[in-house]
Ligand binder design. Structure first.
Ligand SMILES: [Zn+2]
Length: 205
């Protein structure tokens, strides 16, 4: 499948989103085009990068964004941290992506079965204290977790929590003045959940 060229020098947010979706579909069909080693591409990229999307994803080994979206070198600017949480360093990386790389599309990519979210649920439900630095991560997730029906199955509770955590990260980005400015300038902030058993990326509305 070929993609049309972006309408302007900087790809539009919607164009980037369609490109990610198409890449995930190729991945699902077993028709991924990347990774490939193309010396010309590498030589081009040695001169600079112009990724079309920024992804804030989880460190989980089962959720590698380039593979899931069948993207090439230089196409995605990726920040990965357990639980796709927001921290000053993560914000700094996102700010760099917006201000210097000018990616028009930002995706917060959570995933089913996220251990960091599960740890946060354990603290919320049982008051469980994790090891100090893990607890720091968990503390970043807790404010975004809603009260979850304890009668629901564990899987259902996790699904609710994972989605809420994605929305929480987006909320924190959009609370910043730069996030608001980016929206005005036409940038898009999209939440998504990777379905770990199927390989499908589900966009949150
Ligand atoms: Zn995770």
């Amino acid at each position: 499948m070929e993609f049309p060229e972006p309408p302007e020098v900087t790809a539009s947010a919607e164009w980037g989103l369609q490109r990610l979706i198409a890449g995930n579909q190729r991945f699902l069909r077993g028709e991924a085009r990347f990774p490939t080693v193309c010396k010309e591409t590498l030589a081009d990229l040695a001169r600079g990068q112009q990724p079309f999307a920024t992804i804030l994803g989880c460190s989980d080994s089962r959720v590698p964004p380039e593979l899931i979206f069948d993207a090439n070198f230089g196409e995605l600017f990726i920040v990965r941290v357990a639980g796709n949480v927001i921290s000053p360093e993560v914000m700094g990386s996102l700010q760099y992506a917006g201000a210097h790389l000018r990616t028009p599309l930002f995706v917060v990519l959570g995933h089913e079965g996220c251990g960091a979210v599960e740890a946060a649920l354990k603290t919320k439900r049982e008051g469980h204290e994790h090891r100090a630095r893990i607890q720091l991560l968990v503390n970043s997730i807790l404010p975004g977790l809603p009260d979850i029906n304890s009668q629901a199955s564990t899987v259902e509770q996790m699904n609710v929590a994972v989605e809420a955590n994605v929305r929480w990260s987006i909320h924190q980005i959009l609370e910043t003045q730069e996030g608001k400015n980016a929206i005005k300038a036409g940038a898009k902030f999209v939440g998504a959940v990777y379905e770990i058993a199927s390989g499908r990326v589900r966009l949150l509305s």
